[in-house]
Design a protein around this ligand. Structure first.
Ligand code: ADP
Ligand code: MG
Length: 388
C-alpha cells in the first residue's frame, strides 16, 4: 500500500515541478498499546509507529519561496522563506508554518524549496496524522539543507510546532513518529523522556483498530477536569506521605487509605492512574516474555478503568470493547487516545480477523446506525528517508 502512495506522490511532484524530487521522506502515524491518560501524571506510555504514513517529496528551488502542495486536499500554499509565520484559516498549512517558525526560532536557516505530500493515515482518528505531518516535514528539511538536527530534537520541535498551532499536546505522538522501530514498542517516561524499546512480536495475533466514527464534544472540558482532579489527588497523597513525590511512587494501598479525605471522583481518578502506571510495566514484562494473552488482559483492564474510574469512555466505545470481550478470538481491546470517541485497539487471533470485523460492523451498525471504520495496523519504522 505504501508503494502506491510513494509512486503517487513522486509522480505528482514530477508533473507539478517537472523534475524528480531530491528527497523522499516517509513519516508514520502511531498507536499506543497501553498507558492512557498518564502522560500528564508522571507515568509511562507504550506507543509504536505504524505502517500508515505520510509521504513527502522535496527539492530546493533556488528561490526565496516555499511552495507546498497537499495532494489529498487538492490545496497548496506559498510563503516567503524570510516571512514571519502567522496562523491562517487554512488549518493544515499552520502545522507546516509552525515548523518553519520553529526552524527560525532555533537559528536554522533554509532556502526556498518545493514540497508535495500525500497520506494514508486516517485523519482525526487518533493515529496522529498531525505529528506525522510536522515531523516528516521537519525531517525532510533537515535532510534537504543538512541542518544536523538530532531525531529527538525533531520530535521536540514537532511538538512545539503543534503547540504553536494551538494544541497543547504531550511528546508521545511526535516521539513515536520519529523514534519508532519495526516490531518494537517504546516505553517512554513522560517525565524524563528516558525511553527503552521492547520487542512487540504479537505472534499469533493481529492488531486491528475499530474506529467508532464518533467524537463527543465533552473531550476538552473533561480532559482539563481530569488533569485538575489528578493534581488535587496527588497533592493530598504527598501531604500524607512525604516520601511520595509523584504517582509512580504510589500503590493502590496509599490511595485506598486516603479515600476518606478525597472526593469520590478524585479518589477514582487516582486509583486509575496508579493502576495504569503499574499495568504499563506489567505489559512490558509480558511482551518481553512473548506472553501476548497477558498483554490482552491488561488492555481489557485499562478499558474498564478508563470507563468506570476515569470516566472518559462513551457508549459507542464501551459497546465495541464489551462486544469483542465475548469473542474468544479477541484477547485484548481498549479505547485508545483521550476517549469520548475515536478508535479501540484490539488483538485478534490470526485467521479470525475477517470474522470479527464482519460481526462487529453489523452489530455496531444495528446498535447506533453508524458505520464502523476498520484499520489493520502493523508496527513500523519511524520517520525515514525513502531510497528508491
Ligand atoms: P490526528 O489524530 O489525525 O492527529 P489532528 O486533528 O490532531 O488529528 O490532526 C489532523 C490535522 O492534520 C488535519 O485537520 C490537517 O490539518 C492535518 N493533516 C493530517 N493529514 C493531512 C493530509 N494528508 N493533508 C493535509 N493535512 C493533513
Ligand atoms: Mg493530532
Amino acid at each position: 500500500m505504501n508503494e502506491i502512495l510513494i509512486h503517487k506522490t513522486t509522480d505528482f511532484f514530477q508533473q507539478t515541478f517537472g523534475s524528480e524530487p531530491s528527497k523522499i521522506v516517509l513519516s508514520p502515524g502511531r498507536i499506543n498499546v497501553i498507558g492512557e491518560h498518564i502522560d500528564y501524571n508522571d507515568g509511562y506510555v507504550l506507543p509504536a509507529a505504524i505502517d500508515k504514513i505520510i509521504c513527502f517529496a522535496f527539492e530546493k528551488n533556488n528561490s526565496d519561496t516555499v511552495k507546498i502542495v497537499a495532494i489529498d486536499l487538492n490545496d497548496e500554499f506559498e510563503v516567503g522563506i524570510n516571512d514571519d509565520q502567522k496562523q491562517t484559516d487554512s488549518v493544515w498549512t499552520n502545522y507546516l508554518r509552525g515548523v518553519l517558525n520553529q526552524l527560525k526560532m532555533n537559528g536554522y536557516s533554509v532556502e526556498g524549496f518545493n514540497c508535495v505530500f500525500s497520506s494514508n493515515i486516517p485523519v482525526g482518528s487518533g493515529l496522529s496524522s498531525s505529528a506525522a505531518l510536522e515531523c516528516g516535514f521537519l525531517f525532510g528539511l533537515n535532510e534537504l539543507f543538512n541542518l544536523k538536527i538530532k531525531p529527538i530534537d525533531i520530535a521536540l520541535m514537532g511538538q512545539k510546532s503543534e503547540h504553536w498551532v494551538g494544541i497543547n499536546c504531550g511528546i508521545m505522538d511526535q516521539f513515536s513518529s520519529v523514534m519508532g522501530l519495526e516490531n518494537k514498542v517504546i516505553k517512554i517516561d513522560c517525565k524524563t523522556l528516558d525511553f527503552e524499546y521492547h520487542d512487540a512480536n504479537f505472534s499469533d495475533y493481529s492488531l486491528v483498530l475499530f474506529d467508532s466514527n464518533v467524537k463527543h464534544s465533552l473531550m476538552t472540558s473533561a480532559y482539563n477536569e481530569r488533569r485538575q482532579q489528578c493534581e488535587e489527588g496527588i497533592a493530598i497523597i504527598k501531604n500524607n506521605y512525604p516520601e511520595i513525590t509523584s504517582f509512580r511512587d504510589c500503590n493502590e494501598q496509599h490511595v485506598l487509605e486516603l479515600q476518606h479525605v478525597m472526593s469520590t471522583n478524585v479518589f477514582k481518578r487516582c486509583l486509575y492512574v496508579v493502576k495504569e502506571i503499574r499495568r504499563v510495566t506489567q505489559a512490558c514484562d509480558a511482551l518481553d516474555k512473548g506472553d501476548i494473552e497477558t498483554l490482552g488482559k491488561l488492555m481489557f483492564e485499562t478499558h474498564q478503568g478508563l470507563s468506570v474510574d476515569y470516566e472518559v469512555s462513551c457508549v459507542e466505545l464501551d459497546f465495541l470493547v464489551n462486544t469483542v470481550k465475548e469473542v474468544k478470538s479477541v484477547i485484548g481491546s481498549r479505547l485508545m487516545g483521550g476517549g469520548f470517541g475515536g478508535c479501540t485497539i484490539n488483538l485478534i487471533k490470526k485467521g479470525q480477523e475477517e470474522n470479527v470485523k464482519n460481526k462487529l460492523s453489523g452489530l455496531y451498525q444495528d446498535e447506533f446506525g453508524i458505520e464502523l471504520k476498520i484499520y489493520d495496523v502493523k508496527i513500523g519504522n519511524g520517520t525515514s528517508l525513502y531510497i528508491a
